[in-house]
Design a protein. Structure first.
Length: 324
């Protein structure tokens, strides 16, 4: 008998359109439709790391919603707790690639996922769930979504952990108080944040100072972009990121979260937990997709246990690992 998810991820995913041809966005006629969402990205990365995962959300009764459920499930993710809203549509966003960067336009107001609320708890089966993964995107979607996150954080946990990735999206917090993120993160067991978004929420991106402002969570991970990440569970531990030939940066933070959570669940050492996060982010950086092709097991083992000099000399390319 197949067991249920070990990690359950809750949050909105949307249809994503990216240009399928060069040129200014207003002149592009052909677009590629895929999907994107922080929590489903984490869920889709976990099975490649040997961790059973589930994703819970609401989608519209439309082609985008059906495609989303099918594609997330294709990664080995349990989507049985997702609901289909007959009235609200699936949200979508458009990435406008151009010489000045890749701005993103969101069309998610009134989406099916924004209608989620505390009643969702009635259909959750948390038996066997070891980690409940949330992000700061969900409470910004609507008052009912904020109430949902508060209800999830207030549930009795036992040995189950709640992971909270800050995932600050300033556009979503216009007219709302982003200080709520500090309140919500303070109730989690594991908090992941970039130092830049921590600066906006707490006024500092320094791991030691942030730890003083977040005494509740047992685990704090502060990501420093391409430099690396710091784990604070006692004395801060910094692990440099792996050097990578970057193809596309989108999704790397979610992949890092998946790698870190997977290593945490298997009882890995603090350094290995950070390195597993970096490795999972690295394989995502090598692709335009949000889930990269897993590295061979022997390569992962070598890098996880490499000495500091070996780790710093490694570079991940499309052809594999190069040692310099």
């Amino acid at each position: 008998m197949t067991s249920g998810p070990e990690v359950l991820c809750i949050g909105e995913s949307m249809a994503l359109f990216v240009p399928a041809e060069p040129g200014p966005p207003d002149e592009v006629k052909h677009w590629t439709r895929t999907i994107g969402g922080a929590e489903s990205n984490v869920a889709c990365n976990l099975p490649t790391l040997g961790v059973r995962s589930g994703w819970v959300s609401a989608v519209g009764d439309d082609p985008f919603g059906r495609a989303m459920l099918r594609e997330v499930a294709s990664h080995g993710v349990d989507v049985s707790a997702c609901s289909v809203d007959p009235l609200r549509p699936t949200g979508l966003y458009v990435k406008e690639s151009g010489a000045g960067g890749s701005p993103v336009r969101y069309y998610r107001t009134g989406s099916a996922a924004s209608g989620m609320g505390p009643s969702l708890l009635e259909r959750l089966d948390l038996g066997g769930v070891r980690v409940l993964h949330l992000s700061g995107i969900t409470p910004a979607l609507s008052d009912s979504c904020l109430a949902l996150v508060r209800a999830l954080l207030a549930m009795p946990r036992g040995d189950r952990l709640i992971s909270f990735d800050v995932n600050l999206r300033p556009a979503l917090w216009l007219g709302r108080d982003p200080g709520l993120l500090a309140e919500l993160a303070g109730q989690a067991d594991i908090v992941l944040t970039g130092d830049d978004e921590a600066q906006h929420v707490w006024g500092t991106g320094d791991p030691a100072k942030l730890r003083a402002l977040l005494p509740g969570p047992r685990t704090l991970v502060v990501k420093h972009g391409e430099r690396g990440a710091t784990l604070v569970e006692g004395e801060p531990l910094f692990a440099p990121a792996l050097k990578v030939d970057v193809v596309e940066p989108v999704g790397a933070g979610d992949a890092f979260a998946a790698g870190f959570l997977a290593a945490t669940l298997r009882g890995a050492t603090p350094l290995e937990r950070l390195r597993q996060g970096h490795l999972q982010a690295a394989v995502t950086l090598l692709t335009h997709d949000d889930v990269g092709v897993p590295l061979p097991r022997e390569v992962v083992d070598t890098l996880l246990h490499a000495d500091p000099d070996e780790w710093r000399s490694a570079r991940l390319t499309g052809e594999g690992v190069v040692w310099k």
